[in-house]
Design a protein around this ligand. Structure first.
Ligand SMILES: Cc1ncc(COP(=O)(O)O)c(C=O)c1O
Length: 427
């Protein structure tokens, strides 16, 4: 059932997919959350830019690109309710996380607060940092389903406990939308709690821009934020926006990797902090910079063809909710309940560990299930063994409709039957 939207050129669902996206015939794109995808119009634009760059490499990379970069930063800023001078582009969220964490100066007793739902690579970044800096991390355990109030209460308690132990809760890192289970995090309240306690707030919004509304980000005011544009904003890979408000730009002295923009303290003292920050990120080493330049084209598609950010969100949130309910109905289980809405449908499978036999490793079975999906079913479905149960996470997107969730449910049921037949054991 495709949504008919008078402001849209193409209806969402199957028509959108056929007309505007480049998926292979017969492939079911159910996992937008991992790598995103972008429309054909943006792909064509990117190829034009790549051709221009190859026609005159020095002209394009040294000069033309800089104008396009400025245009992209200006186009992004309103989506975050911030100034263009407060956003720069980096290739991905991990680079953004490393950029911030490796610039901050930690002292003995400093603690970085995280939640147990943190993305693995971000957690590893903190672990790696602790090898060279006097910093430790404190992870707040949460297991879904959990209410936003409970998350905030545990966060407050953790800050108080760290202070009571004589250490300093220097920075808190938390997500905008979790990778798993797919749930929106109460980031606005967490930012406020950080401010109350003098803790720096760093929001990992890898699943943020183009997914949830972030136009109030500037007024909520986290200290740092990174968001992948290549996921939900439909910009080519790799492209992420790093937000550093003017008040914090003096804390960032180098990019990751350090490149030509870097100046030692004495030299950068001759420039304004804003100018230095601006120039630092202009050209970081040599990569394909065309994804950074495609932001206006992606926004044009989302506005002109899809009817704008709010319409996209409305469709995807609704589809995620209906899709999760329909899958749970087919399975005879429940979707993961969460206080607020996002584009992920996380649903419990009709499969238990005890059905699989004694001493079975649920993580290994979930991995086997996941690998079956591209190998045999022309799709990719993220399965997880979490909180003693098996789950799948489907990403709602404008090129899907409810029938795609029903298709996914049928495949999941087949895979569950194969798991019960212990096929994973024979590989
Ligand atoms: C919450 C979260 N943070 C960080 C990342 C890392 O993103 P990237 O691979 O673009 O660095 C992801 C990737 O999915 C993520 O889900």
């Amino acid at each position: 059932m495709a949504a008919s939207n008078p402001e849209c050129v193409a209806a969402f669902g199957a028509e959108m997919r056929k007309k505007h996206f480049a998926f292979a015939e017969g492939y079911q794109p159910l996992n937008h959350g991992s790598f995103g995808t972008f429309p054909k119009s943006v792909l064509e634009y990117q190829r034009q830019l790549q051709s221009q760059s190859e026609a005159r490499p020095d002209t394009w990379i040294r000069y033309t690109y800089l104008d396009l970069l400025r245009a992209s930063r200006s186009a992004l800023a309103p989506l975050l309710g911030v100034q263009a001078g407060e956003v720069v582009l980096v290739p991905n969220a991990t680079t953004g996380v490393n950029t911030v964490l490796r610039n901050l100066i930690f002292e003995e007793g400093d603690v970085v607060l995280t939640f147990s739902t943190i993305y693995g690579a971000c957690n590893k970044t903190i672990e790696s940092l602790s090898e060279s800096c006097p910093v430790s991390s404190h992870q707040i355990e949460i297991t879904y389903p959990v209410t936003d109030d409970e998350i905030v209460a545990r966060f407050r308690a953790a800050i108080q406990n760290i202070k009571a132990s004589g250490r300093v809760p220097k920075l808190a890192m938390f997500d905008a939308v979790l990778t798993f289970p797919g749930a929106r995090f109460p980031w606005e309240t967490l930012v406020t709690v950080c401010r109350e306690h003098g803790v720096q707030s760093f929001m990992d919004a890898a699943h943020g821009i183009g997914h949830i509304d972030l136009e109030h980000l500037g007024s909520v005011g986290p200290d740092f934020m990174v968001s992948n544009c290549y996921k939900w904003l439909m910009v080519p890979r790799g492209c992420a926006v790093l937000y550093v408000p003017f008040r914090n730009q003096h804390l960032i002295s180098s990019t990751v990797p350090t490149s030509w923009g870097y100046l030692p303290k004495t030299k950068r003292a001759a420039m304004s902090t804003q100018d230095y920050f601006d120039k630092l990120f202009d050209k970081v080493s040599t990569i394909d910079n065309t994804p950074y330049c495609c932001i206006p084209a992606a926004l044009e598609f989302r506005s002109n063809v899809c009817g704008g950010e709010a319409k996209i969100r409305e469709y995807c949130f609704d589809l995620a909710q209906r899709g999760a309910a329909r899958m749970a109905e087919i399975f005879g289980t429940q979707p993961l309940e969460n206080d607020s809405r996002c584009c992920f449908a996380t649903v419990r499978l009709p499969l238990t560990l005890t059905e699989l036999g004694p001493k079975v490793d649920g993580l290994a079975v979930a991995k086997w299930m996941k690998e079956l999906t591209p190998a045999e079913y022309e799709t990719y479905i993220p399965f997880k063994f979490y909180a003693d149960a098996f789950w799948c996470r489907i990403s709602a997107q404008i090129y899907l409709d409810i029938t795609d969730f029903e298709w996914a449910a049928a495949i999941v049921l087949k895979i569950c039957d194969r798991a019960k037949a212990r096929e994973w054991n024979s590989r």
